[in-house]
Design a protein around this ligand. Structure first.
Ligand code: CP
Ligand code: NVA
Length: 309
């Protein structure tokens, strides 16, 4: 167990620009070192427990592989097989697990539950997605944009589709990094109160509109995500209402010529994005998925207070 306040990674807006810039720089360095065949065992003897209350491909594999590359170990758990499913509280779970492991990564829909876990853990807790936020994803997105196009500061970003956790973390990142973020979502799926609060706090550079065409005009980056997030129950209605928000070739044509396309994946091809766009030359979705690994290694090193150079 560690002493003092653990370095949790829960939400983009918990951090300063320089904290996140530091982590992004570390991610770039770690990625380069891996490509050079240099695998520093910075987290030797560290154990990361991962609790998944929901499905995951990228998050579970990238955290698992990332820890191994750094010399650490992982425990893969699901809420279902833990006493969590028999009403042990997250607070008690946090207290117990803090006696065994060095950090906890959790995917859980309720953000309040994530906070309860973090408040009661004496080891770092990392948010692997809640209904409110997906901060690890946005670190990978920022890394990906910068690899292809240079500094994110001042970039024009368009979000098209549903208002969800990934958007929420992007709103926080836009505020911190000073990008222009234009969000096109239908009125029916307008941002919830909490997200609306953060959109307003971000100032005039973050705009909420309804027209997807207007949003992508002149954009350097076009982002969408599934129309049906984990926990949504009205799939058919969402697909009907969100249909005009599909990112297809004619929508992409309104963005800058060299605009990138991103999607956190998994994609629902033919719904929020067409094959032509996601498999097209502007799409960087697999770089984005790869960068989960590099970004999270930097987040892990930061959480453990380990210098990477
Ligand atoms: N983007 C993302 O978090 O993917 P998984 O749900 O597969 O982890
Ligand atoms: N918005 C999606 C992201 C999945 C990685 C969801 O919450 O299901």
């Amino acid at each position: 167990t560690s002493t003092g306040t653990p370095r949790h990674f829960l939400s983009i807006d918990d951090f300063s620009h320089s904290d996140l810039r530091f982590m992004l720089d570390q991610a770039v360095a770690l990625k380069q070192r891996l490509k050079d065949g240099d695998r520093p065992l910075l987290l030797e003897d560290k154990v990361l427990a991962m609790i998944f209350e929901r499905q995951s491909t990228r998050t579970r594999v990238s955290f698992d592989v990332g820890m191994r590359q750094l010399g650490g170990e992982t425990l893969m758990l699901t809420g279902q097989e833990m006493q969590l499913s028999r009403e042990e509280t997250l607070a008690d779970t946090a207290r117990v697990m803090s006696r065994y492991v060095d950090a906890i990564m959790i995917r859980i829909l309720s953000h309040a539950d994530l906070l309860e876990l973090a408040e009661n853990a004496s080891v770092p807790v990392i948010n692997g997605l809640t209904r409110r936020a997906h901060p690890c994803q946005i670190m990978a997105d920022l890394l990906t944009f910068e690899e292809h196009r240079g500094p994110i500061e001042g970039a024009k970003v368009a979000w098209v589709g549903d208002s969800n956790n990934v958007l929420h973390s992007w709103v926080n990142a836009a505020e911190l990094f000073g990008c222009e973020l234009t969000i096109a979502v239908p009125d029916e799926y307008a941002p919830e109160k909490d997200l609306m609060h953060d959109i307003n706090r971000a100032g005039p550079k973050v705009k909420l509109i309804e027209d997807p065409r207007e949003a992508v005009e002149g954009a350097d980056l076009v982002i969408t995500d599934t129309w049906v997030s984990m926990g949504d129950t009205d799939a058919a209605e969402r697909r009907r209402v969100l249909k005009p928000y599909q990112v297809n070739t004619s929508l992409m044509a309104l963005a800058n010529k060299d605009a990138l396309f991103m999607h956190c994946l998994p994609a629902h091809r033919g719904d929020e994005v067409t094959d032509e766009v996601i498999d097209g030359p502007q799409s960087v979705v697999f770089d984005e998925a790869e960068n989960r690994l590099h970004a999270q290694k930097a987040i892990l090193c930061w959480a453990f207070g380990v210098a990477t150079n």
